[in-house]
Design a binder for this molecule. Sequence first.
Ligand code: PAZ
Length: 342
Amino acid sequence: MVKEIHIPNGVRANNVDMEYFESNPKPANLDAHSTLARTFIEHHAEQNRRVALVTSGGTTVPLENQTVRFIDNFSAGTRGATSAEYFLESGTNCFLDYMMFNDAGTVVINTKYQHQMGDVLAKYTKARKENALLLLPFTTVNEYLWYLRELAMLMQPLGPKSLFYLAAAVSDFFVPAERMVEHKIQSSEEFHVRQPNGTTGQPPAAHMEGKQLLIDLDPVPKFLKLLVDRWAPQSMIISFKLETDPSILAEKARSALKKYSHHLVIGNLLNTRKWEVVFVSADGGEKWLRVPAGRRTKSVSGLLPDTPSTEESREPAVEIESWIVPEIEKLQTEWIGHGEQR
Ligand code: PAZ
């Protein structure tokens, strides 16, 4: 039986949301991608399937409208991409492991991995053919926020069958459109112009003073709060927390949960993120997942002939996402079962 699905037309506005979205431009491709997403979500909703929104990669903060310079947040995109593979039940390794350069400098598939790569390709092709995967690109933090809001609203009819798995590394600070200069900021003093912003005349967020580039960024609005409270109130929401100081990781994860009241924060450290993560849940629970070390790789120390290999010079024996994703699936099954609403 085909259920009747109603997806709201466009995004419902409210004052808190509007402040940001009224003053920062809508991405050029948003409407086209929204149409694709709507079709995708309706297709899966009709079949009563779960839909996961996996965010992946870093966001950038452009300093100029015609962007030459930008600030980036670190993320190789591996967590999101690999997790998406496991959500699609592909159960494979990262395909980059299967590639190599040949003598002519061309990227080819390592003959040793032809078989596995064939598997990945077949599974990817199947996912695309079955319409199980929709890829939507974003680069800037502004694009990220617009897309997140739009997709969350489109996913609302799925209720608890929608999952937000927020693995992207999103900028905490940004240049608001009203303080963004149009042209490339000039470093040499003879070309210094204090570019007023075209529309508001507000002082620019980035400008030269003498030989120094001064940048004055605004905080990015607390979008997780808006997601939890307004855009996706019935969805299961998992966020990631990246830190470099191990002594504050769990505390920061707990604090995020307290602030935003979502389901789970997965904490990880920059240097060990492929080996271990900590699940911090709303009931105060703290659970570490640690995968064993596998084969050795060429780490910096490993390249030196007599340096003993360290734990860091080994690849994890399994992709940690192959442990994370089934845990999330279990949690979501419980969430759907409870039929709770926050
Ligand atoms: O993309 P990647 O595999 O290199 O890294 C993943 C990660 C560390 C960006 C991700 O697991 C994460 O923690 N994302 C949230 C970052 C944040 O605190 O905003």
